[in-house]
Each structure stands twice: as C-alpha cells, then as structure tokens.
Design a binder for this molecule. Structure first.
Ligand SMILES: *Cc1c(COP(=O)(O)O)cnc(C)c1O
Length: 371
C-alpha cells in the first residue's frame, strides 16, 4: 500500500459534480474577474473567521505583501517574524523593502514571545506571527507586546484556517489575517489564491485599491497598485470547498488524536494541544533525533512523510547576506528533528494504523540498539 502525503485527486472525486457545476456556471456566465463568486467568497470567509471584511487576492504571498504595503511598511522599517515558516513570510517583508528580524521559536514551533521584546528597535513597525502547521501562536502575549510598543500585528494564517486560540479564530487577533488558498492548504483552490481578513475599514479600502491597480473605478487610479485579484473560477471552487471545511477539519483533528493516542508511549515529541489551543493540523509534526532514518524507513514502506521545512529561512542562500551570522538554536535543532506525518482528511484508519505500526517498529528497534 502506498500512502501519499496528500491526495488531491481523491478529495476531488468526493466533490466532483459540485465542482464541475460551479465551474460550468462561471464559464456560461462569462465573467471571470471580480464578480459575484469572489463577492460571495469574501462574505463567506469573513463570516467564517469573524471579521467585518475580506479581500480576495492572487496568493498568500500577495496577501502579506499587500497588507504590509497598506500598513505603509517599507524601506527602513523592521518586521519581526520567524525563520521556520515557508519562505514567503520573509520574502513578503523583503518585497516591500522592509527588514525582516527573525526570532527563535518554542517547542510547539511558534514564535517565542519572550524573545520579541529584545528584538524591538525604534525601527520596528510590525510583528508577523505564523500559526505554523495549523497550531495557533500565543496571541495574547504577542498582542500585549504589540500594544505596548504600538506595533501592527499581521497574522500569517496560511496553514491555520479555522484554528483557534482561547476559543477565538486566528485572523481576528491582528490588524489583519493573511491566508493562502494554495491547493495544498487546508482550504485550497485549484490554482493560486489567497485572502486577507480584517475588521479595519481603512485597511480594507486600501487593500481593495491595491489589489486592482489602485483603480477606484474603471478609469481613475488613486495610487500605484498590483494586479492581484482572486478570479471567479477559483472563488467558485472555494465556495464549494468551504462547505466541507468543517468536516475536513474535524477529520484532521481525529487523525491527529488517533496518532497521539497510539504514539504517546514512544520517546518522541508529539504535537499535543495546550489548553488554549485548537489546532487544525495542516501538518502533524513529530520531533525525533532519528528523523532522517525514520523518514527513510517510512519511505521504504511507501509512506510519504515530509519535512516542513528542511532549510530554515536564515540559512537560505537568498537570505545569506542579511543573516549570515545569526544563530537560532531551537529553530535549527527542530529543523533536524521535525517530520510531518500524513494527516489529511482522505486518510482512513487503515492508513493511520499502518503508519503507526511502522513508527513503533522503527523506534522500538532503535531503543533495543541503545539498550
Ligand atoms: C503557503 C504559505 C504562504 C504563501 O502562500 P502562497 O499562496 O503559496 O503564496 C505564506 N506563508 C505560509 C506560512 C504558508 O504556508
């Protein structure tokens, strides 16, 4: 039996007719840019997350770039974030010509809020916490610091749609929440897509301009902007998939619970939720010093476990100049120990049982050797 990390084909099979109908409906109406499907999706997602507004854009990366731009963040400004995210979090800061400042993380892979304050300078303008793998960052502490220093908080919610911290949805803590709707995310289009949520009217109005060339109507341009619109076909697909998101999220959480119940006796670090946390398990990340061997063992058995991410951002060639001498000990240690097990909602118990059995076999064998 082969167990892929994700199986988007299988997911599609389960909703095929509705998806094809939704695409057909857009094609027969003949409107492809900024129409009623996008409007419908923006209304639905802001209701889902609990903000007043939502702005559909081209990608999660653009969601971050446009939000930074709309907040007036640019050259000479510093933005605090983490090095263990997908590269786009830091790339977005670089793309607006601001300076990323990278902070180490906690055992749960999210920003270590205790290290934020010492990294704040007179140039600091914003913090971008990333809810990595679908686990919410410590938003109470982060907002407290942001309030004290008058900083903007922009949440990178790309991996965490529907995750909650202290019973409140991620995306509602900061000035804005940025979501990627890339096919591989928990709510994914069939191409690139993203959305920004906010309850700030001024920010919303600025984002509406920025995503569409700064045009306030067909002919008049208020400011220089981008071509970064969510298109109607992707929005129609997202409107179908959004109906299933709660069910799929529950399935991810059940898979995670099953892993935890069955692996908790082993000497590996498991992603167990804290009391304040409601995780959506975009990734189910275990940590073990035998990571490379375990990954290889699983691959041998046809199980595709992945590393998110194998090179932390401060060690990427693109970042070399800026972060050459920076050391982030926890981030670096985790980079060599993290392994994401398949956890997506197309998996059945048989798949999970097989993965669990192989992990147990491998780890117990290691323990024998150590004895
Ligand atoms: C996927 C992702 C992004 C970028 O999203 P795109 O839609 O691929 O541009 C940004 N941040 C994080 C944490 C992500 O996982």
């Amino acid at each position: 039996m082969k167990i892929p990390y994700v199986d988007l084909g299988k997911e599609y099979e389960s909703i095929k007719e509705e998806i094809l109908d939704s695409i057909e409906s857009v094609l027969s109406k003949g409107g492809f840019i900024l129409g009623e499907e996008v409007q419908k999706f923006e209304n639905a997602i802001s209701r889902e997350v609990g903000t007043k507004f939502a702005v559909g854009v081209n990608s999660g990366t653009d969601a971050l770039i446009l939000t930074l731009r709309a907040c007036g963040i640019g050259k000479g400004d510093e933005v605090i974030t983490v090095a263990n995210s997908f590269i786009a979090t830091v790339a977005a800061i670089e793309m607006v010509q601001a300076t990323p400042v990278l902070v180490d993380v906690l055992e749960n892979q999210n920003i270590n809020y205790e290290l934020i304050e010492e990294n704040i300078t007179r140039k600091t303008k914003a913090i971008i916490p990333v809810h990595l793998g679908g686990r919410p960052a410590q938003m109470d502490k982060i907002n407290e610091i942001a309030d004290k220093y008058n900083l903007v908080v922009i949440e990178d919610c790309s991996q965490a749609i529907k995750a909650k911290f202290m019973s409140k949805n991620v995306g509602t803590f900061g000035l804005a929440g940025c979501f990627s709707l890339h096919p591989l995310k928990n709510l994914g289009a069939y191409g690139d897509a993203g959305v920004i949520v906010t309850s700030d009217k001024k920010l919303y109005e600025e984002l509406i301009l920025l995503r569409n060339h700064g045009l306030k109507n067909r002919n008049e341009c208020d400011l220089w902007g981008y071509n970064s619109r969510l298109d109607e076909i992707q929005a129609a697909i997202l409107n179908v998939k959004l109906k299933y998101l709660e069910k799929w999220t529950q399935h991810r959480r059940e898979n995670a619970r099953y892993y935890i119940d069955n692996l908790k006796e082993l000497p590996i670090v498991l992603p167990v939720e804290s009391e304040d946390e409601y995780a959506v398990y975009h990734a189910f990340v275990i940590q073990t010093s035998y990571r490379d061997e375990l990954q290889e063992h699983l691959l041998d058995k046809g199980i595709d476990a992945k590393v998110h991410y194998p090179i932390p951002i401060h060690q990427q060639d693109a970042a070399h100049k800026r972060f050459k001498s920076q050391s982030l000990p926890i981030t670096e240690k985790q980079t060599s120990q993290i392994l994401s097990l398949p956890v997506n909602p197309t998996l059945d118990k048989i798949h999970l049982d097989l993965i669990i059995a192989e992990i147990k076999k491998f780890i117990n064998c290691k323990l024998e050797v150590v004895k």
